[in-house]
Design a protein around this ligand. Structure first.
Ligand code: FES
Length: 289
């Protein structure tokens, strides 16, 4: 019998990018595009917010980018293992309507996260342009799936190994300069990319939504960890978001808040149980027994 929170399948889509299919019938039934879940690998694990990429019968799919200690712990779980806890669906669904011509951008985990939104916008009658970003061509994933729900797909890679050399914002600026008209835009991925894209669409008055990946704890609007300032008002990304108007987000404050535990995260990752003990001695010169 499949247990609650069981990982029914796990596929490494690209180096350090894992597709996890998780058994949780209620989330599978209720989740809407743009929503997320909180996942804990074990009793003492961090509560990690993850965008829901798709839902199937009794299961839902997330894309995990292995980046720090918490994502490494989840990535170390195998097919058939159980997660300690899954909470969701959380957050406000993405607003889906017939805007006309829509441009979407997804980088890293955002490639998977943008998929359900692209699919829903396409089904609502929009002309959908999707821009995918990865550091190199080996880190791209889900391209075929996004092509199936988009009218146009553009690729950006940091090393130029495929598509435009650069980022989502570089493709976006070229498209706009080439007179492509857009009535709506949505971006999911690293904060810097989303901020840049919002700055590009602002002078063209293209309504732009960004999905903010803030630090989260309870994800029910109680702790205040995920607070962001939007148009001068304090909002909680977990209950008011995760999507906000990219032209009204206080990006500087958001960047500062996201760095709050950077040092602790680095130490935790470099000294975690998954790290080679010989490397630890080399790096830290300490007796690690
Ligand atoms: Fe606690 Fe949003 S995570 S208020």
């Amino acid at each position: 019998m499949i247990k609650m929170y069981q990982i029914v399948d796990k596929i490494e889509e690209a180096p350090n990018v894992h597709r996890l299919i998780i058994h949780e019938p209620m989330i599978a039934e209720k989740a809407q595009p743009g929503q997320f879940v909180i996942i804990m690998s074990d009793e003492k694990g961090e509560r990690v917010p993850m965008s829901i990429a798709s839902t199937e019968k009794n299961t839902f799919t997330i894309f995990l980018l292995e980046l720090g200690i918490s994502s490494a712990k989840i990535a170390n779980l195998k097919k058939g293992d159980d997660l300690y806890c899954v909470v969701g669906p959380l957050g406000m669904p993405s607003k889906i309507e017939n805007y006309g011509r829509v441009v979407l951008g997804g980088g890293c985990y955002g490639i998977g996260a943008i998929y359900p939104i692209a699919k829903a916008l396409k089904e609502a009658g929009n002309h959908v342009t999707s821009i995918l970003e990865a550091r190199n061509k080996y880190l791209l994933y889900y391209q075929k799936e996004l092509e199936a729900v988009s009218d146009e797909v553009y690729i950006a890679t940091s090393d130029g190994s495929v598509g435009t050399k650069g980022h989502v914002q570089d493709v976006l600026v070229n498209l706009i300069r080439d007179d492509h008209q857009y009535d709506h835009a949505k971006f999911i991925g690293c904060t810097y990319m989303m901020m840049n894209c919002a700055h590009i669409t602002h002078p063209y008055k293209i309504p732009t939504m960004v999905s903010l990946n803030t630090i989260m704890l309870d994800a029910t609007g109680m702790c205040g960890c995920c607070r962001v300032t939007v148009d001068g008002d304090t909002k909680f990304a977990c209950v008011d978001g995760p999507e906000f108007d990219g032209h009204l987000v206080n990006w500087n404050e958001l960047m500062m808040r996201k760095k709050s535990y950077h040092e602790e995260e680095m130490i935790s990752y470099q000294t975690g149980p998954h790290v080679c003990r010989a490397l630890l001695e080399i790096n830290f010169g300490e007796n690690i027994e």
